[in-house]
Design a protein around this ligand. Structure first.
Ligand SMILES: *Cc1c(COP(=O)(O)O)cnc(C)c1O
Length: 380
């Protein structure tokens, strides 16, 4: 007799579980919004699939919390977000890709225009449609990525041919060193942004990312665009993170084994047991977004997981599908086959594991969990 196929994948079929707390995302937005004076608006950067949390869930949660303006990176993300949020204001930070302009009014999206070519494309579209569509204008104040050179903003906005046909609804610039508030670049960019936008103070202005929100009111202007802090990340490197954790990764133990002193663990035989070890093999690897460089060698210690309040250092390299943990000092009853260990969450900050991999929590979060079971629930 044929067995029936279960219609829903059971949790037992996954190596790990990624839990996302939408209430925490909403609470983080409310916290940042509370830092603003009444006049400034708190928007949300939701690019990179909501920093890995799932834009389709994070977007509506933020909207319900009161967020009405969103920044995606690419137009395709914005089109998908529009389906979910018919009344939100949606900006596209990457601006106009060639050939993409006509999709913007169709989905009621606003490009963030970063060059004279883009200004021309948008104005041409407005002229042919006979409508003055809204768009933001990006001015570069030192990061040297997107944006008009600061000296060109005034001439561009004052040029009736170039900018007359559309409605500039926002002028933005982006901080290069917000994660380090004491960096002189922040004051330099702030001053330059003020100067070049002064003649256009009738157009709303926006400079702050998450770090800018936390750095204080002079960075807030009319609208702020936090991203990482909404998703629980560390916006400022030099201060404790005030945000609520949003994501948790738990992975299951497949097997617990003894490793003799002098044996090596994992690919490349890069880590040697200095004493007899108990080793737990866990079903999460770099194919799940675990950062491979957070592995451990004899020369350089790697990251760790938490098991019932006990720290379990990573042993050897992180493989595609598994991680080996040193559980020698963890009580036996906690390290049974099938038990879950916390790789990321309230006890293991994303920024912490990322630091072992010489990267940042932004990269870690956005690479997480294509293969994990994904659950939206409070982190308890
Ligand atoms: C990503 C991004 C943001 C949000 O930055 P966080 O550091 O994640 O708060 C804001 N503005 C621009 C232009 C961005 O690219």
């Amino acid at each position: 007799m044929a067995t029936s196929t279960p219609s829903i994948l059971s949790s037992d079929l996954f190596g790990g579980r990624l839990t996302i707390d939408l209430d925490a995302i909403a609470a983080n937005w409310t916290f940042l919004n509370g830092k603003l004076s009444g006049a400034a608006e708190c928007a949300a950067a939701i690019k990179g699939d909501g920093y890995g949390t799932g834009q389709d869930k994070a977007g509506p949660a933020l909207y319900a919390a009161g967020c009405k303006t969103f920044f995606t990176a690419v137009p395709a993300e914005a089109v998908a977000l529009r389906e979910l949020l018919p009344d939100a204001v949606i900006y596209v930070l990457d601006g106009l890709f060639p050939g993409a302009a006509e999709f913007f009014p169709h989905h009621d999206l606003r490009p963030v225009l970063a060059s004279v070519e883009e200004l021309k494309d948008w104005s041409a579209l407005c002229k042919s449609a006979g409508r003055s569509f809204k768009a933001a204008v990006h001015v570069d104040t030192g990061i040297n990525r997107l944006g008009l050179p600061p000296g060109d903003l005034s001439a561009a906005l004052g040029d009736p041919d170039l900018c007359g046909p559309f409605t500039p609804s926002l002028i933005i610039s982006h901080l290069a060193c917000g994660s380090t508030p004491a960096h002189e670049m922040n004051q330099r960019q702030l001053k330059l942004f003020r100067e070049v936008t002064e003649p256009f103070s009738h157009i709303p202005r926006s400079l702050a990312n998450s770090a800018g929100v936390l750095m204080g009111p002079e960075f807030h202007f009319d609208l702020v665009r936090p991203g990482i802090a909404l998703y629980g990340g560390q916006a400022i490197d030099t201060e404790p993170n005030p945000m609520k954790p949003v994501a948790k990764v738990e992975a299951r133990i497949m097997l617990v084994r003894d490793v003799a002193e002098g044996d090596t663990i994992g690919y490349g035989a890069k880590q040697t047991a200095r004493r007899p070890l108990k080793n737990a093999v866990v079903a999460a690897g770099y194919a799940d977004g675990m950062l491979r460089r957070a592995g451990s060698t004899d020369e350089r210690p790697g990251g760790f997981a938490m098991i019932g309040g006990f720290k379990a250092p990573i042993l050897g390299r992180i493989s595609m599908d598994m991680i080996t943990l040193d559980v020698t000092d963890v009580p036996d009853h906690l390290v049974q086959r099938g038990a879950f260990v916390e790789m990321l969450g309230p006890s293991v900050a994303a920024a912490e594991l990322a630091a072992y991999a010489e990267t940042i929590d932004y990269e870690y979060l956005t690479s997480l969990g294509r293969r994990f079971e994904r659950v939206y629930a409070p982190l308890t």
